[in-house]
Design a protein around this ligand. Structure first.
Ligand SMILES: *Cc1c(COP(=O)(O)O)cnc(C)c1O
Length: 503
């Protein structure tokens, strides 16, 4: 299968290895699979069909290997089996990898059992292995320099995935004051000799824009090439991030079958607390491949740019930015939404290029009515503003003795608004972070004052109050020795990259 850009219908399609090694297409668009083929019953479909008869008997690694193979034809089966095992069976994840638990009316898919306790681990455990293989296949000489803009969770997950990986360097940019204390401590602790994390005076969108500007900077690109280096991205704009996320939706459906919460072939709804639209997009791809999914429910916090885009067709990033208790979703430009729009525009790259030129110039774009009609009945949007998510944390803990993190609580709140038990459609909610990563916000929601306790003390208090256990990777932070924080302006990001690379 080849990959094409969302914005250029004339460019020559590239292999999976090239798409992954580059991260972003040269025209600024995102790489998407060019598949068109036949699914069950000879129906035309836009994604490779997958629904193994022995789904419930497949291990996480087996599912990952199968799904990777459908998308990366230029990788050998042995290579893909290696990626899956190195990512998920090397001890960084528990044997269940991403367990499903029934909590009240919903099945909760826990995606936070990886090394950094957030769902970014699910993809970033695999991406470095894809990247090094892709670099070898594309005969990219020298080292890959991976730049990451993070709203908190990607940064640490990328550090974990890339620490001391030969041939890779990693520079993470995060918004100063825009991540939780525990997230910052994680990013400044550990990592490898090849990783760095830098705070930027600005919000996540500033970091993301800065990184995209560096990618587009021809002079810098030349400077790097002369030094035998080339840029890539570990952000969810990289197809290698999206691909591993498809796997856990199959794994979840298999668990729901085994647990009896869904009948064979029955459709489910999926609710996803959303920021950059990567997680929910993977659910859309899984549905395209044949996973029985009825609705996708996109949940936003007060930064509800996607909700307006979904419900009113107006995608507008020029709006007040809110700092919320769910910082990993404090995003106004949702990069992966472009991949979804590409499908909704009938893969019309030209129309999309025009729309995104407008978006670049004005910060907003109008979505064509025909495109909007294509997601009727499929994609729903809702937001949880004010105290709604905090109230959900308290209520779910009181009723079900289950502790939600603030992001998952946004998802729960919106899912509840869209859920009608009488319809009998099971609902799968993705849980994207451990509540301990956001201890201060969770304690506040539970009505427990935590004054000026530091991150570790907050975690201890949360453990005592809820009689739950601090996840091992977060407990280990107590013994970490964080590096001093480096803080720069948005305009200095390019220079900082060159300095860190010694250029
Ligand atoms: C990144 C993140 C999200 C948003 O996921 P997207 O794929 O960017 O939509 C939600 N919750 C947490 C905890 C995250 O780290």
């Amino acid at each position: 299968m080849k990959y094409i850009s969302t914005r250029d219908s004339n460019a020559v399609p590239v292999s999976g290895a090239v798409a992954i090694a580059r991260g972003l297409a040269p025209d600024g668009g995102l790489y998407v699979p060019q598949y068109r083929g036949q699914g069950a019953g000879g129906r035309e479909q836009d994604f490779p069909a997958y629904f193994p008869a022995d789904l419930t008997h497949k291990s996480y690694c087996e599912l990952a290997e199968d799904i990777f193979a459908l998308y990366l034809e230029d990788f050998s089966r042995a290579e893909l089996a290696h990626v899956a095992r190195a990512a998920y069976a090397g001890g960084a994840f528990p044997p269940a990898v991403a367990p499903c638990v029934q909590v009240g009316p919903f099945t909760v898919l826990e995606l936070f059992h990886g090394p950094t306790c957030a769902f970014k681990d699910m993809a970033l455990a695999a991406l470095p292995h894809f990247l090094t293989l892709a670099a070898a296949k594309t005969e990219q000489a020298g080292e890959i320099v991976i730049l990451v803009a993070t709203s908190g969770d990607t940064g640490k997950a990328a550090q974990e995935g890339l620490a001391n990986v030969a041939g890779c360097r990693l520079i993470v940019f995060y918004p100063a004051g825009g991540v939780s204390e525990i997230q910052e401590r994680q990013m400044l602790s550990g990592g490898g000799h090849n990783t760095a994390a830098v705070a930027v005076r600005g919000n996540f969108d500033d970091c993301q824009r800065g990184v995209k500007a560096i990618f587009a900077d021809v002079t810098m690109g030349r400077q790097l090439a002369q030094a035998g280096l080339s840029f890539s991205s570990a952000n969810s704009i990289n197809f290698g991030r999206l691909l591993p996320q498809i796997v856990y939706y199959y794994h979840a459906y298999a668990q729901m079958l085994a647990q009896g919460s869904v009948k064979a072939g029955q459709c489910i709804d999926i609710a996803v607390p959303t920021g950059n639209f990567g997680n929910i997009l993977a659910a859309y791809y899984a549905r395209g491949m044949g996973l029985p999914v009825r609705r996708l429910i996109c949940a936003s916090n007060e930064n509800d740019v996607l909700v307006e885009a979904i419900n009113a067709g107006h995608y507008n990033s020029r709006r007040p930015f809110h700092k919320t208790a769910s910082p990993s979703m404090d995003i106004l430009v949702s990069s992966n939404f472009e991949r979804f729009l590409f499908e909704m525009y009938g893969r019309g790259a030209d129309a999309l290029a025009t729309a995104f030129a407008q978006f670049a110039a004005t910060g907003s774009l109008h979505i064509a009515d025909e495109a909007r009609r294509n997601w009727q009945g499929l994609l729903y949007g809702g937001s949880a503003a004010g105290n709604a998510a905090a109230r959900t944390i308290a209520a779910v803990f009181a009723e079900h003795n289950y502790l939600l993190d603030p992001h998952t609580a946004v998802g729960w709140t919106v899912a509840s608004n869209h859920y009608d038990q009488a319809e009998g459609i099971p609902l799968l909610l993705t849980a994207t972070a451990s509540p301990y990563k956001f201890s201060a916000a969770v304690l506040k929601a539970l009505g427990v004052p935590c004054g000026d306790l530091n991150g570790e003390e907050q975690m201890q208090l949360l453990a005592e109050h809820t009689k739950t256990t601090i996840p091992a990777p977060l407990a280990a932070l107590a013994h970490s020795n964080p590096r001093p924080r480096q803080k720069i302006g948005v305009a200095d990001m390019g220079r900082t990259v060159l300095e860190l690379l010694g250029l």
